[in-house]
Design a protein around this ligand. Structure first.
Ligand code: IFM
Length: 461
């Protein structure tokens, strides 16, 4: 048998770049769109860096065709985007035909350029009306989410084959309702864990609804963000700190989705908060729907250290975490202050290979923010991002060679965009957006590097 060249990716590997609706669309008051929790949060003083809001964002709502021309020009085979629930159902329940028509045109515009659409149903922009009825801590929200998923499937399922139910339930639950740095800005440990359960229930119900309406060749999965915990020493208190962080951050959502229920150690750590009464009989079976792949979002590890006082709240403010702190990251860092640790991605993919029993994996998010500038010659020489992409793709290849079934890599992000509570201060894009003047787009050098890798389906040797 002919040997594969050592630096090539498997045939059929999914390549692309992603965005999410609230971060890029703008047009927040157009075509009947309702308010989302993020509109409300961004309008609240002191919540977003420099008071930025996403009313215009990248104006992708109006400029998406031009952005898709750039995708085609760069040579990216797929585009991952999210549907804004309040755009297609302004009150979370009632269809808005103009919102659905927007995504209808968007999908057609992608297909006309031979770009494969990859759709995420929930990337955090919950309709404010649903939040007003209790939001994710309320059980009813899971039912509303499943209904919304069917509506989108009915409208776009004839042309979209690649579906993610929920993106990073960890962030929606624990940052939204736990430490309050994300919308809706609530700080309540019990509600954060209840929200987490209902997000997972919503995922399971959406999977059932999507499968019921599935067309040939459609694939469905969930995207989880992993922050592998690193301990400084191989001794009991350090390993215990690692176990606790890893349990809540990484195993909690994963084990439930895989059909193992919530990890017993995490239940033990958090039970006293009184959240488990929301888990009803049958819920865990609903959550455990078979997935076609798992979306793996990876940016950085977390270095953890034990505290002497086991009851002391953790400095990361996550619900139920006591007796450990997260240490400052170690260099090299991105402009976000995140540690660049590609080797940890290899370890994570290999751990997932074993822990999931070989479920296909897609790196659905990976990328870095740097302080990119357009030079006088009109070029963005983002060599740091180029190196970052190279090292992380090398890490993916290493995991594949060691037997991880990784089927794709989707870079975050296509465009510089609204980075949640950090506003426009963090540039993750392959394409520079001039937020100060006219929203002009400039394709960065890293995009051309990425395109060369995709074209060859291999890393340059
Ligand atoms: O911009 C976010 C994205 O919305 C979700 N995952 C992490 C990215 C970078 O912070």
């Amino acid at each position: 048998m002919k040997e594969e060249p050592p630096y090539s990716f498997p045939a059929g590997f999914l390549w692309g770049a992603g965005t999410s609706a609230f971060q890029v669309e703008g047009g927040t008051a157009e075509a009947g769109r309702g308010l989302s929790v993020w509109d409300t949060f961004a309008a609240t003083e002191g919540k977003i860096h420099s008071g930025h809001t996403a009313e215009v964002a990248c104006d992708h709502f109006h400029r998406n065709e031009a952005d898709f021309d750039l995708i085609a020009q760069i040579g990216l085979p797929s585009y991952r985007f999210s549907v804004s629930w309040p755009r297609v159902m302004p009150d979370g329940r009632t269809r808005e035909p103009r919102g659905l028509a927007f995504y209808d045109r968007l999908v057609d515009a992608l297909l006309a350029r031979d770009i494969k659409p990859s759709l995420t149903l929930y990337h955090w922009d919950l309709p404010q009306a649903i939040e007003d009825e209790g939001g994710w801590p309320a059980r009813d929200t899971a039912f509303r989410f499943a209904e919304y998923s069917s509506v989108v499937q009915e409208a776009l399922g004839d042309r979209v084959g690649h579906w993610t139910t929920v993106n990073e339930p960890f962030c929606a639950a624990f940052l939204g309702y736990g430490n309050g740095v994300h919308a809706p800005g609530i700080t309540d440990e019990m509600r954060a864990l209840q929200a987490a359960h209902h997000l997972m229930l919503g995922h399971g119900m959406a999977m059932q609804a999507l499968r019921a309406g599935a067309r040939n060749g459609q694939e469905f999965g969930l995207a989880l963000n992993f922050a592998p915990a690193l301990a400084d020493a191989d001794e009991h208190p350090h390993l215990e700190a690692r176990r606790k962080f890893d349990g809540l951050h990484n195993r909690f959502f994963l084990d439930a989705a895989l059909g193992r229920g919530y990890p017993v150690d995490v239940l033990d750590d958090t039970r006293r908060l009184g959240w488990t009464s929301v888990i009803r009989e049958g819920d865990l079976d609903i959550i455990a729907q078979p997935m076609d792949w798992l979306g793996v979002n990876y940016y950085a590890p977390a270095r953890v250290t034990p505290l002497n006082d086991l009851e002391a709240l953790s400095n990361c403010g996550l619900p139920g975490l006591r007796g450990l702190d997260v240490l400052p990251p170690r260099g090299p860092l991105t402009s976000f202050g995140w540690e660049q640790a590609p080797d940890v991605l290899t370890d994570l993919l290999l751990w997932l290979r074993d822990h999931t029993g070989g479920l296909p994996l897609i790196v659905l998010e990976n990328g870095a923010a740097f302080e990119d500038e357009v030079d006088p010659g009109g070029r963005v020489r983002d060599n740091e991002r180029e190196r970052y992409i190279h090292e992380h793709l090398h890490a993916v290849l290493t995991a594949i060679k060691a037997g991880a079934d990784v089927r794709g890599y989707v870079l975050w992000s296509l465009l510089d965009n609204f980075e949640w509570s950090l506003g426009f201060s963090q540039r993750f894009g392959l394409i520079h957006v001039d937020f100060a003047d006219g929203l002009d787009r400039t394709v960065k050098d890293s995009a051309y590097y990425y395109a060369r890798v995709i074209g060859a389906n291999a890393l340059p040797v």
